[in-house]
Write a protein that binds this ligand. Sequence first.
Ligand code: ZN
Length: 98
Amino acid sequence: MKPPDIPKDFCVVPTAEVEEGTLWVCADATNRRDSIEASCASCGSKVFHRPYAPEKTRKVCIACALTLMEEAEAAGSPFTPAVTTETAAELEAQKKGN
Ligand SMILES: [Zn+2]
């Protein structure tokens, strides 16, 4: 399965610059042996995140992330979607078949 392209309106940020409480959307990590299991901060369902996800982030499942994004947009303060440099590098490596 090909990894998804990073949407053009996403910015890439270094993990060190991720702010406290940032929503960390947990997706597509279950198939990696070094992924870490956590609970969705919103619904409590089981999620998996990459080991470099900062502890200060709120891990959420995709369904909750979409709901929260819709709510924030409806409230007039939409999220700025971003990916970290590590995530971007992993996606690139997957595309090259590494
Ligand atoms: Zn959830």
